[in-house]
Structure formats: structure tokens, C-alpha cells
Design a protein around this ligand. Structure first.
Ligand code: COA
Length: 393
């Protein structure tokens, strides 16, 4: 086992307001996250050895955002852009952590950004689907992402005798916590009734089952453990990351009630961290709820409960702040918003704030074990990252 000095820790976090951000350029949006992260870490641009940026970007005004944002932010260190669809942020974290673990840097920034509203909605929705241009289902049927997840929702609801109302419970929870998060895109509560009345996007999924289109950025400053303890009284260590990929041809999958890549990524993360699974080891969870069904499948893929029991966690409110497994107390992708490349880093920011006890009123979890778990999926399980964080005490 590594000592804390040999690990990598988050020592600074920054987060932009999520939403429709036509008021800023992509460079300005990036700075909204980088500036507070540097201030929080107590470092300046010249201290940073490496900078990575998660970004999908096909709808964006800038195809080399790592270069232009880095320059705008005064970062002259080496940089690169990572792309792993909706898990691009976690890929950015991985590269920055690895740059420190390999000895190539001492202090690094991992960031994520997306400016989706640069294109009209219809174009964006088509471009998300076209992420899989050579995905069999896209090529032949023009499948959209809500369509992919609707296949899973249909199968899950049928297999486990669940109802659309049950899925809406995830939206109600998300909007409750989103209403308490000043950075969230939607800061208003909803109800099962309102969710049920919203328009179908891809049956059985409705508008209120879906994450929105979002502009946003998030950044974390990372440091080698021995440096981190000089910079911060409350470093949050990146204990382990598990990752896996899934087939681009859905017809090759043998299970439509969960994501195999998530399960493999979770197993790898638990093994690397020396933990026996998720159920007894974490105070706080961030799970990839791009659609309500995705949150239910995440509970099961991470091993919180057995297959078919995830829906029960929602029905019993066990993933609210005071439940057994507090999840997405920032509003999740559903209410906080889902700026594709920024989401993985936004989740890391949230877990850091939670472990430091700095989340806003009404959404701070009770931290006893000192550990948090992040689950970030790209596509429909085409990529999956599971990251484990701890206070190191
Ligand atoms: N939840 C709640 N309200 C939403 C919403 C959401 N996800 N998306 C949009 N709205 C609201 C808007 O604020 C707007 O409200 P207003 O009329 O009061 O201003 C209204 O609904 C219409 O918004 P609009 O953006 O025009 O909706 P749309 O029909 O063009 O797009 C979706 C809605 C759900 C189809 C689109 O956001 C989508 O495709 N989301 C999924 C994105 C995705 O696939 N991401 C990758 C996941 S892996």
C-alpha cells in the first residue's frame, strides 16, 4: 500500500455556474473554474506542471480548447485534451493523476468543459447520437442517446415489475438537491406528478427523466501527497481508479438491465483500493444519472444492492442525504446539468466538498468513513470510470 505522501490528492476545486451560458466564451467559462481552483489550492499558474482538459466538443466554437483556455488562464505548462464521451472528465483526471504518479509533475490541473449551446438543440441531440457514427444502431436506425437508454429502461421496468413513477423518484430527488446547489442548471423542486406529465422523449423516458443540454466547466488542482500536505489541511486523496470499455454494438450485449463496463470498472477500483465493495465503505456517492434509469442501474452495477433492487432504494428514499447511501447530493446530471466533458470533474469537485464538509446547507452528508465514490459513464457504457476518494485518515 502507498503512503499518503506517495499518493495524489486534490488540493483545490473550482466550478462554474452550469446552464445556458451564452454570456461567456469558452475561454471565459474555463477561467470561471480554474481561477477558484488555483485560489483554493493557494498556488499560481507557474506552479502547475501539467494541465488536462476533458472535452467532447463537436458542437463547440473551439476545437483546440486545451490550447486556448490554457493560454487565456496563463497556463504555459504542457497540456492535452481527453475525450471519452460523457466520461471525458474522468479521463482528464486519470491523465493528470498519472502525470504525478509517474514523476513527470508535482502539481497538475484536471479540468473539464463543454459549451453545448453553441449549436441548436436538434443538432446537439443528433451529434450526441453521432458520437457513435459507426455504432451499428446509429448507422442503421439513427438511434439517439435517449433511445439507447430507453431500451434499458423498457427491459428493466419489465424485468423487475417497476413503473415509470418509480423512475420519476430519481428526478424528484435530483431536483430537490439541485434546488440547494447554487451551481446547478435547474434550481427548482419537482414532483412525481410533474415528471409523469412531462413529454416523452423516447418512451418510457420523458423530459423529466433526462439530463439537459448544458454549458459548464469544473477544475481540480492535484498535487503529490507530500506537496499536498503543505498546501492543504484537508487534502482529498485519489485512492484508486477503475476503468473499462464496452462494445459499440448493443446487439452484442447480453444484459439490458445494467452496464457491464460499470461493473468491471467498479470491481477494478475496489480491488486497487483494497476494499470489499461499495455497500459498507462510503459516505457519499456520485453516480452517472444521465437518465433516471441510469441511476438505478448504477446502484446495482456498483454493488450497493442486488440486481432488481435498485428501484427499491429510490422508493424508500435510501439515496437521500439521510438514507443509507447518499447519492448525487449536488442534483446529479439531471438537475445540476450535464456538460459532457465537465461532468467527471464536477463529480470530483462535489466529492471533495462533501469530504471536506463544505457542501451547502441541506445537502452536506454525514462523513464518518471519510470515503467517497464517483461513477462516470461515457455513452451507454462504452466507457466507464469508477474513482475512489478518501480523506486519508
Ligand atoms: N429536465 C428538466 N427540464 C428541462 C430539461 C431536463 N432535462 N431539458 C429541458 N428542460 C426544460 C427547458 O428549461 C425548457 O423550459 P422552458 O420552456 O421553461 O424554458 C423546456 O424544458 C424545453 O427545453 P428544450 O431545451 O427546448 O427541450 P428539448 O426538447 O429541445 O430537449 C431533451 C430536451 C431531453 C430531448 C434534451 O435535453 C436531451 O436530449 N437530453 C439528453 C442529452 C444527452 O443525451 N446527453 C448525453 C447522455 S449520455
Amino acid at each position: 500500500m502507498k503512503s499518503n505522501d506517495e499518493k495524489v490528492a486534490i488540493v483545490g476545486v473550482g466550478h462554474s455556474k452550469f446552464g445556458k451560458r451564452l454570456d461567456v466564451s469558452i475561454n471565459e467559462l474555463g477561467w470561471e473554474a480554474i481561477k477558484p481552483a488555483l485560489q483554493d489550492a493557494g498556488v499560481t499558474q507557474k506552479d502547475v506542471d501539467f494541465y488536462s482538459l476533458g472535452n467532447f466538443g463537436y458542437w463547440s466554437e473551439e476545437i483546440l480548447p486545451a490550447v486556448t483556455i490554457g493560454e487565456y488562464a496563463g497556463l504555459s505548462c504542457g497540456s492535452l485534451k481527453t475525450e471519452a464521451a460523457c466520461a471525458s472528465g474522468s479521463a482528464s483526471l486519470k491523465i493528470a493523476v498519472d502525470s504525478i504518479l509517474s514523476g513527470n509533475s508535482e502539481i497538475a490541473i484536471a479540468m473539464g468543459i463543454e459549451k453545448m449551446y453553441n449549436s441548436p438543440n436538434g443538432t446537439i441531440i443528433e451529434l450526441i447520437g453521432r458520437a457513435g457514427n459507426y455504432f451499428w444502431e446509429f448507422e442503421n436506425f439513427g438511434m439517439t442517446f435517449p433511445g439507447y437508454y430507453a431500451l434499458y429502461a423498457t427491459k428493466y421496468l419489465d424485468a423487475y415489475h417497476s413503473r415509470e413513477e418509480d423512475l420519476c423518484e430519481a428526478a424528484v430527488k435530483a431536483h430537490h438537491y439541485g434546488s440547494l446547489n447554487p451551481y446547478a442548471q435547474f434550481q427548482k423542486e419537482t414532483s412525481v406528478e410533474e415528471c409523469m406529465k412531462s413529454k416523452y422523449v423516447s418512451r418510457p423516458l420523458k423530459l423529466m427523466d433526462s439530463s439537459p443540454i448544458t454549458d459548464g466547466a469544473a477544475a481540480v488542482v492535484l498535487a503529490r501527497g507530500d506537496v499536498a500536505k503543505k498546501l492543504s489541511d484537508t487534502p482529498v486523496f485519489v485512492e484508486a481508479q477503475g476503468y473499462a470499455s464496452g462494445t459499440a454494438y448493443m446487439g452484442r450485449r447480453d444484459d439490458y438491465t445494467g452496464l457491464e463496463a460499470s461493473r468491471r470498472a467498479a470491481e477494478a477500483a475496489y480491488r486497487k483500493a483494497g476494499l470489499d465493495g461499495a455497500a459498507n465503505n462510503f459516505d457519499i456517492f456520485e453516480v452517472h444519472d444521465c437518465f433516471t434509469i441510469a441511476e438505478v442501474m448504477a446502484y446495482e452495477d456498483l454493488g450497493l444492492v442486488k440486481k432488481g433492487e435498485g428501484i427499491q432504494l429510490l422508493r424508500e428514499h435510501q439515496t437521500y442525504r439521510d438514507g443509507k447511501y447518499p447519492a448525487n447530493l449536488d442534483g446529479g446530471l439531471k438537475s445540476k446539468g450535464h456538460p459532457i466533458g465537465a461532468t467527471g470533474i464536477s463529480q470530483a469537485v462535489e466529492i471533495t466538498k462533501q469530504l471536506r464538509g463544505e457542501a451547502e446547507k441541506g445537502r452536506q452528508a454525514d462523513i464518518r468513513k471519510g470515503r467517497g465514490l464517483q461513477h462516470n459513464v461515457g455513452g451507454t457504457g462504452h466507457y466507464a470510470y469508477v474513482t475512489i476518494y478518501s480523506r486519508g485518515d
